[in-house]
Design a protein around this ligand. Sequence first.
Ligand SMILES: Cc1cc2nc3c(=O)[nH]c(=O)nc-3n(C[C@H](O)[C@H](O)[C@H](O)COP(=O)(O)O)c2cc1C
Length: 177
Amino acid sequence: MGLKKIAAEDFNTNIFRDLDRGWMLLTAGDRQEKFNPMTVSWGFMGTFWFKPMVIVGVRPQRYTFGLMTEYDTFSLCAFPPEYHPALSFCGSHSGRDGDKTVPAGLTPIAGDRIAAPVFAEAELILECRKTYAAPLDGKSFLNKALINECYRDRDFHQLFFGEVLEIRGVDKYCQKG
Ligand SMILES: Cc1cc2nc3c(=O)[nH]c(=O)nc-3n(C[C@H](O)[C@H](O)[C@H](O)COP(=O)(O)O)c2cc1C
């Protein structure tokens, strides 16, 4: 797919549409060693510590959690609509049971700046370096109803902040001026 580099200030995204509705693939690990993709739909993008940053939330029971903890980099990729079944697969199967990329029909390729792989079929690639990680704390919830709604097993997400080192995407993700 013809992706071009996009400066953070030109990055044109609606995070609610592209992440919550469209879903993305979070991939942790090292392409040369071990890695694993997992579908995500919750997260944030913005500026922190003067840097373009994404925040993803990973529950501790995910296989991806161990790789996010162990390795320094991760990628976030968005795909054209025809890859929705692939994302559905990666969001309902675990890498503990085998490589998801083959049954999902996805091709891991080298990133430009990170050890974690990106995907040949992606229409948007964010290459990220872990910057900060911390679990959500049940005691800090001001809306306690969310705990029973989202964390009946008290499996609070770990938030991983990643500095966005590079963005590549198809034209629709770039808006200059
Ligand atoms: C649309 C969708 C969004 C998801 N978003 C998240 C998320 O933001 N955080 C999370 O921990 N799990 C999320 N999941 C669940 C994981 O993708 C799923 O449990 C996956 O099988 C974990 O794979 P792993 O064990 O290989 O890491 C989502 C699943 C789907 C289908």
